[in-house]
Design a protein around this ligand. Structure first.
Ligand code: XLS
Ligand code: NI
Ligand code: NI
Length: 438
């Protein structure tokens, strides 16, 4: 075997809830069955290239702190190839079946687009080998259309048409490699697709350009025969003041308005939902009800900071509510649980990367088990069914089937005199039932 980047860490194993080994799973037992599927199949965990391989712990106030035995900065193509080996060693030891990248996480920016493409080709060829050797697969690829200064006004929504072309060229290339590497899907997160002030912004024109861009991507996807879904990842702000894909409902409206809905699903990120003032389960429900629940970026925010802090998801209430929605809507198809999460600046040690992922995987495993138990228990589902029973027959059924008019409703209400039998919503009871399973 070639150089090891994590020589002190072996394969991470499931040791059960009583284990005190920080480098073991206490709840994620990949082969254990939940509702007839293995945990591995349910959760489809993915490791990200950006935070995990490129993250340094730098913030606006201080330098990077992370100690990494590979090149985290731009570096050279040979260094990027070493970094790719480090990623695959990490994912293999962790037992993560998938990984995700931005084009520019994988290979350094060149001085020109042609040189960037060449760099990317060289490292992506290595990714193909590493995938074949390890069995680790690509969950999704994406283009990093927000770091380079040319994207300061946006990419597809830039005021400058030349910038649009660079962004299109990058997505074209990233799509080609996603396809070549057998990616399950392809993500669009509009890093700077929004505005800082409306004083300088033609919003109608910018969002029309975004739709034009997406139609071009759909056409190109068909041309190269890529069959995986496109995912849009909503986020309301940061770095922009307002991002056009601000939440699930805004994305769906945009997709419907521009006849794009059949080609897209959503990639819902916890921290982005929170920035939008929504719960994760709310965003999942909105997406699922439109048939567009695709994938999730698993992380969480700080409860007080109010930023996209991308912390590892360790809150069991969150993972349980998330997995309840996912199970209810039939589970992931092309999507999965992607750890778009970074270790804290203070957690600078190399093994913190493993410990953080294990914490997230165990939290999701517990969420999955709790969600399955809640479904088996059945009290919450039964309560919801019962709560709407007035719609199952009589006047309710007539309204639902479209057979009743305002006049019919008025006649019904007049005959009743007053509504009888309103029942309690029982929020506290339902919350305590959920807690019974944590
Ligand atoms: C940033 C986003 C980003 C996307 C991929 O906030 O979460 O990491 O997931 O471009
Ligand atoms: Ni994300
Ligand atoms: Ni994010």
């Amino acid at each position: 075997m070639s150089k090891q980047f994590f020589p002190k860490v072996g394969i991470i194993r499931y040791e059960g809830a009583d284990s005190r080994n920080p480098l073991a799973f206490k709840h994620y037992d990949a082969d254990a069955l939940v509702e007839g599927k293995t945990m591995r199949e349910h959760l489809r965990f993915a490791v990200v290239y950006w935070h995990t391989m490129r993250g340094t712990g730098a913030d606006m106030f201080g330098w990077g702190t992370a100690r990494r035995p590979w090149q985290t900065g731009e570096g050279t193509v040979p260094q990027a190839i070493q970094r790719a080996r480090a990623l695959f060693e990490f994912a293999t030891k962790l037992g993560a079946p998938f990984y995700c990248w931005h084009d520019r996480d994988v290979a350094p920016h060149g001085r020109t687009l042609a040189e960037s493409n060449k760099n990317f080709d060289a490292v992506a060829k290595e990714l193909k080998k590493l995938q074949a050797d390890s069995g680790v697969r690509l969950l999704w690829g994406t283009a990093q259309n927000f770091v380079h200064p040319r994207y300061l006004h946006g990419a597809a929504t830039s005021c400058n048409a030349d910038v649009f072309c660079f962004a299109a060229a990058q997505v074209k290339k990233a799509l080609e490699w996603t396809h070549e590497l057998g990616g399950e899907g392809y993500v669009f997160w509009g890093g700077r697709e929004g505005y800082s002030t409306l004083l300088n912004t033609d919003m109608k024109r910018e969002t029309d350009h975004l739709a034009r861009f997406m139609h071009m991507a759909v056409a190109y996807k068909k041309k190269i025969g890529f069959k995986g879904p496109f995912f849009i990842e909503p986020k309301p702000k940061e770095p922009t003041k307002h991002q056009y894909d601000s939440d699930a409902a805004a994305c769906l409206n945009f997709l419907r308005q521009h006849d794009l809905l059949p080609h897209f699903q959503l990639n819902i990120e916890v921290n982005h939902a929170w920035l939008a003032g929504k719960t994760m389960e709310h965003e999942l429900e909105v997406a699922a009800n439109a048939g567009a629940l695709g994938s999730i970026d698993a992380n969480m925010g700080d409860y007080f900071t109010g930023w996209d802090t991308d912390q590892f998801p360790t809150d069991l209430y969150l993972t349980t509510q998330t997995m309840l929605r996912i199970l209810r809507h039939g589970g992931f198809r092309a999507g999965g649980v992607n750890f778009d999460a970074k270790v804290r600046r203070e957690s600078f040690a190399l093994d913190d990367l493993f410990i953080a992922h294990i914490a997230g995987m165990d939290a999701f495993a517990r969420g999955l088990k709790a969600a399955a138990a809640i479904r088996k228990d059945g009290r919450i589902d039964a309560f919801v069914r019962e709560r709407y029973r007035s719609w199952d027959s009589g006047m309710g059924a007539r309204i639902e089937s479209g057979k009743a008019s305002f006049e019919d409703c008025e006649k019904h209400a007049l005959a009743l005199g007053e509504v009888q039998g309103l029942e309690s919503g029982r929020q506290e009871l339902l919350e305590s039932i959920l807690n019974e399973h944590l």
